[in-house]
Structure formats: structure tokens, C-alpha cells
Design a protein around this ligand. Sequence first.
Ligand code: IPM
Ligand code: MG
Length: 372
Amino acid sequence: MIDDKHNMPRAETLQKKILVIPGDGIGPEVTRWGRRVLEAVAEKFGHTFEFDEALMGHAAIEATGNPLPDETLEKARQSDAILFGAIGHPKYDQDPQLKVRPEQGLLRIRKELGLYANLRPIKLFDELLAASSIKPEVLQGADILFFRELTGDVYFGEKKRADDNSWASDLMIYHAYEVERIAHKAFETARQRRKKLCSVDKANVLESSRLWRSTVQRIAAAYPDVQCTHMFVDNAAMQLIRDPRQFDVILTSNLFGDILTDEASQIAGSMGMLASASLGDGTGLYEPIHGSAPDIAGKGVANPLASILSAALMLQVGFQLQEEADAVWRAVEQVLRKGYRTLDIADKHTENNMIVGTDGMGQQVIQQLVHA
Ligand code: IPM
Ligand code: MG
């Protein structure tokens, strides 16, 4: 293939197998657009992406009784990357007694594929400065990359419940190797960025956090060019809103990362804008950080940009296709610049939004991408 701009043969084209797991709620509506964007990129840049689909979560429970059917796991292992939508259904939220639950599917696939590092970039498109409930002057220029540990902590520690229901417990446990491997990834990435890493824990109270902190301190010695600081999670929750620009890379545990990244989504305007990559040593999984949003599912109003940006992360991190990923980012930027908004990112201060639904937004991005 010839690169028009430089009139030179382009780097070789890729052949990849992508598994799409739409999941529950708004998952299928938004993931459709993540997939369409990948198809458009393949066509434009001459790659061959082969797609397959599989079930997970409530959709899988309904069809097979299992939130992560063997077939899905098998397909996942054989793919080069996974594009995932969302998981969860109100039925389970209202009934905590139910033993088989959609979220088990997601947690198990993370564990089975060894996806221990969850990258959650928080970057605000300038066009969305007014969409956030935080003041623009506090937000402008904020650019944070979370490394959330994803296969340890209280999520996976032993769970117990007394037969008479008088108590229950979840074990918060970390092994040093679990902290080491994600710390290395986070420091290496910080090196490519602004060379600042803030490790977030609760070492003033929790033993597992003290292990976390001393392990990070030890690893930090190998990266003297990266400035490493430590912060308690309660303070971090406050600092994120007070002055998000102080952060570059934030490294934290599974539970703290879950909570802090939902909070940080407000820095990017909406949960509907945030993509994530879950990485281990093999196949990576790319997904929006938002949930299944049952309240708006099926209404055609969900923002597909988080899925589209997850597809961009797949191109960048999974396939090392930086130019292709940039093309998707630019297309999203252009569409926002033209004023197209889903409801969640509407500018509350003006009447000039062009409000579109899921499909309207998806189509705009595809058009921009194809015609750029
Ligand atoms: C996330 C989600 C999941 C988590 C749920 C759906 C299990 O909130 O990816 O942030 O808690 O990790
Ligand atoms: Mg979460």
C-alpha cells in the first residue's frame, strides 16, 4: 500500500482477529460503533481485521446459565484483541442473594487472561471543557493516565459469609509480585510521558497498602528519572477535583482504582468518553469504563465515543498502529468541534449543541474518518 502523503510504501498491513463481546444494557448499542470504526480503519489503511462475537454477563446467563461460557473464553484466548461493551443488569442489583451474577463473567475473564494492568487515560477534549461540572480553568490541560491493578485486591481475595448471615467478609490481599509487575509497567510508561508517578494507597491504615507502598518504593529505585510520590486515597480523591493537572501517571490498586477512575471521568466531561485497556502478557481487552446504564439502554441515546476510543486504544496499544489510532482521535475531535453532542456531553451553557443519538454520533465519526 502506498502512503499518499509521503509517496512511500507504508509499513506492512496487519491481519488481526478481534473478538467483540457486546455484553449487556447499552453494551451492544455502543460496541457496534467501536466495531464499525475498526472496520473503517481496516478499509482505509489496508489491514484485515477478522471479527467474531461472543456472549458474556447477563446476556450469557440468559442463553447458557453461565456469565462466561467456555466458548467465549476459548474464542478470547484465540483472538488478538477483545472489544468489550458493558456488563450488568438491574435484576441482580435489586437481588443481592442471586449467586450467579453478570459481573462474575468480567472478573473471571480478567483473571483467566491475566489482565492485571488496567490503563485508563483521562484526557479532556478541549471542545468538552464546558460539559464538565468542574470549572474549565481547573480542567484545561489535565491529562492523567491511571494504572489500576486489575486481578488482585479485595476483588479476588477470599469471600466468606456466616451461615446465619450475621457477618460477611472480603479479604483485601496483595502479593508483592502483583504490585511489582504493574509498577514496572506504570514506571515504564511514566518515562514516556511527563516522568511523574503518584502511587495511591491507604498505607496509614491497611497492611496490604504498606506492602504496596514499600514495593513501589523498591521498584522506584530502578527509575530514578521518574519522580515518584505517594498519596493516601482519601486525599487523592480530593486532589483529583481540586487540581487534576498535578497528576501524570497514577498507580493504584483494584478497588481504589475502580472508585477513583469513575470520579476522574468527570475531568473528561462524562463517563461516556472514557476508554480503557486491560493488559497482561497476551490478548488485551478494550472497553469503556462506563457500565451497562440500564436506565438508558435501548433508547438509542448512549454515547458511543467511549467504545470508539476503546477501539482507538486497541489500535495504539494492542496493535502499535499509532497513525490509525490518531486518525480515530482526530475524527472524534472534529465531530465534537462541529458541535455534535450526545446528551451526556451537551454544553449546558449554550443552545448551540447539535444533539445526536448513539447512531448519529457513530455515523458522524465514521464519515469524518473516511473522508479525512
Ligand atoms: C469497572 C467496573 C467493574 C469493576 C464491575 C462491572 C465489575 O465497575 O470496570 O470499573 O468493578 O471492575
Ligand atoms: Mg468501575
